[in-house]
Design a protein around this ligand. Structure first.
Ligand code: GAL
Length: 666
């Protein structure tokens, strides 16, 4: 892994996940030598080392880690030291079988993989904190350690545990939330299907049931489960804060279809946001998913710079077909994260393992050794990051916000809804893709974020929304903003109760429409609009109530009914998209929105060329990432930092290349 040099520009910081415990000590010195060659300046160490650090309960063995940290320090390489609590050793489950997590059907998840612990287990909590105390006690003042890494991808494999320990913790969480059973019965709508609870002890996690499980019970369990994982982060961090002075982080998984951790709520619990991202190999446009993840991570970080804690130099091993990165892709990927606010890029893993579950996962040093395309590109990236040192600490320009809420995601994908084809990230990805193709950068933010600085706000599938957040969007438009809301938004409150009086409930007034009935489409069925657009999945019987009609259906179940509307509200306008437009229609819609809102791309660029601007006061840097197979010319004036060349008005970026211009001040 790598980090951009300090703002003094003197050192490049480059970071890897080091697993020295997998290798004989003779290899360690070669590791240091190769790291120095590649410009690596920070390594994460000890992430899954609990079983080696504490081979039997209470007996710690730090000798090997002492030597590793000393060697790294002597080599001038800094360390992001793990608390090592990510995966308990097998002895814990043997001594305390109740620490093992259980699925909804009662199946026990045994040791032999990783993260085999119940997140609510007091035994796990106590033993893990003992480990943190021991590790922090030993290394708090080690000169190599510059950052602490709590656990690893909290909740990746064990976010939902349905065991009795979890059930008891869930009851405690519910008491906190509702105070009394009346509150809970009301929120859960237990008058339906004879579900009324008369005693807290009757309540369980939503274990496997006969029919559709109570939706609010499910929703609360999802909230509880995210909070339980967060509680582990907070407990470790709190302890660390009494013992160490370095910043504390944990690696989030924003943007990887990871649905179950509400990172917007976790962000205050880390000193800097760090994130892991892996490309979806099956997606030929995977660079869009990467950009979306990066923009969302920045949103989680409140716009501050963040750290890419993990990505891969080439293929992973856990997708069905693990496509390797083509020459140049590693660099495009890494620098796209930097363009979008990462102040450093890190990789899993340093040396490709020769045994274990991830032996076919790429690394900085492949099985074939350093005389490889991967290692050469790693060295090139190290040099590039050094050249980009001055960018560190700057922020990213974005005039568009996309609202995102993990609770809305949880809510919209609960069972027994009008159509299984309505999923949360579908419209997010569609709108984001259209912006990406238009060269427009978006912040992906929580609905409670301050929207006043944005020219355009998009609300895809915001099914569950709080009153205050819906009101904030209304005020934003009233004050002159442009907003667009897509179908199945504003439908329920935070208890998953329908907002009555017609859809889209919370946004009816803002959008100036009232829908009386949903008309979801059959699988594969398409409808046409009178502006030439094609759509599928969703239609609804919508009545304009103040909004102007921009397009109506010409066929399908609702010919003549409006599908796209625009409502003037105060000094702004709110658009409603009542159907699932296909890609060309979404591109046209976004072009109109962007135009109406006065949003401009970072630079005019041909399709397939990513352009993003970072800014620090008056200083700006234009990142241009050419994903196409042709050379492109982009208007720009300044110094291109990767080559040192001046460009006066036009920048040439060869096929597959990246350029970063420190722009002349105008
Ligand atoms: C992450 C994890 C790493 C490694 C990597 C593989 O989920 O933090 O330990 O497993 O994925 O891509």
């Amino acid at each position: 892994m790598m980090l951009i040099g300090r703002s003094t520009g003197k050192t490049t910081r480059k970071n890897v996940r080091l697993s020295p415990e997998q290798w004989p000590e003779e290899t360690w010195s070669e590791d240091i030598e190769l790291m120095r060659r590649a410009g690596v300046n920070l390594v994460s160490v000890g992430i899954f080392s609990w079983a080696l650090l504490e081979p039997t309960p209470g007996r710690f063995e730090f000798g090997w880690l002492d030597r590793v940290l000393d060697l790294l320090h002597d080599g001038g390489i800094q360390v992001d030291l793990a608390t090592a609590t990510a995966s308990p050793p097998p002895w814990l489950a043997r001594a305390h079988p109740e620490t093992l997590p259980r699925r909804a059907d009662g199946t026990i998840l045994w040791p032999g993989g990783r993260q085999a612990y119940c997140p609510s287990s007091p035994v796990f909590r106590e033993r893990s904190l003992e480990l943190v105390r021991a590790v922090a006690g030993r290394y708090a003042d080690h000169p190599a350690v510059v950052m602490w890494h709590v656990s690893n991808e909290l909740g990746c494999h064990n976010v939902h545990c349905y065991c009795d320990v979890s059930a008891e913790a869930f009851r405690g969480w519910l008491r906190e939330r509702y105070g009394d059973l009346d509150g809970l019965n009301d929120a859960w709508g237990t008058a339906f299907w004879s579900q009324r609870y008369g005693d807290w002890a009757e309540i369980n996690p939503p274990r496997t049931v006969t029919a559709i499980a109570n939706p609010t019970q499910q929703l609360d369990f999802l909230r509880f489960s995210s909070d339980e994982q967060r509680a582990q982060l907070r407990a470790e961090r709190e302890l660390l804060k009494t013992m160490v002075r370095q910043p504390v982080t944990t690696n989030f998984m924003v943007g990887m279809d990871i649905k179950h951790m509400d990172y917007h709520s976790w962000a205050p619990d880390v000193d800097l946001v760090s994130n892991d991202h892996y490309l979806t190999a099956a997606d030929p446009q995977a660079q869009l998913g990467l950009a979306l993840a990066a923009d969302h991570t920045r949103g989680v970080a409140g716009g501050d710079p963040w750290l890419l804690m993990e990505h891969s130099t080439s293929a992973v091993n856990w997708q069905p077909r693990n496509v390797a990165k083509l020459p140049g892709q590693l660099r495009r990927n890494s620098l796209a994260h930097v363009a979008r606010g990462a102040d450093g890029v890190l990789f899993f893993q340093w040396r490709a393992s020769r045994a274990g579950a991830e032996k076919f996962h790429s690394a900085l040093v492949p099985h074939a050794g350093p005389d490889t395309k991967v290692f050469r590109e790693v060295c090139q990236l190290g040099a590039n990051l050094k050249a980009l040192a001055e960018v560190r600490g700057s922020r990213v320009d974005a005039d568009v916000a996309i609202l995102f809420d993990w609770e809305a995601w949880w809510g919209v994908e609960l069972d027994s809804h009008p159509s299984v084809d309505v999923t949360y990230t579908d419209r997010l990805a569609a709108l984001y893709g259209a912006l990406w193709r238009a060269g427009v950068t978006a912040d992906i933010v929580h609905p409670s974020a301050d929207l006043s600085g944005y020219r355009l706000v998009l609300a895809p599938t915001l099914y569950l929304v709080r009153d205050v957040d819906a009101e904030a969007l209304h005020r934003y438009v009233q004050a002159g903003g442009t907003a667009a809301v897509t179908y199945f938004s504003g439908i329920v409150d935070e208890n998953d109760h329908i907002r009555l009086g017609g859809y889209p409930g919370a946004f009816r007034e803002l959008l100036g429409v009232r829908t009386e009935e949903f008309f979801p489409l059959r699988e594969g069925e398409q409808v046409r609009l009178d502006d030439g657009s094609v759509a599928d999945v969703w239609t609804e019987w919508l009545h304009p109530d103040g909004a102007e009609v921009l397009a109506s259906y010409t066929d399908g179940p609702l010919p003549g009914v409006p599908a796209l509307t625009r409502h003037r509200v105060g000094a702004g306008a709110a658009w409603y998209v009542g159907t699932r437009l296909d890609e060309p229609a979404t591109d046209r819609l976004v072009a109109r929105l962007v135009d109406e809102a006065g949003v401009r791309p970072a630079a005019p660029a041909p399709s397939g060329v990513e352009v993003v601007r970072r800014r620090d006061g008056e200083r700006t840097w234009l990142f241009v990432i050419n994903h196409t197979e042709a050379e492109v010319r982009i208007p720009a004036a300044g110094v291109e930092l990767l080559t040192g060349a001046r460009c006066a008005g036009e920048l040439t970026v060869p096929a597959g290349e990246v350029a970063v211009v420190r722009e002349d001040r105008v």
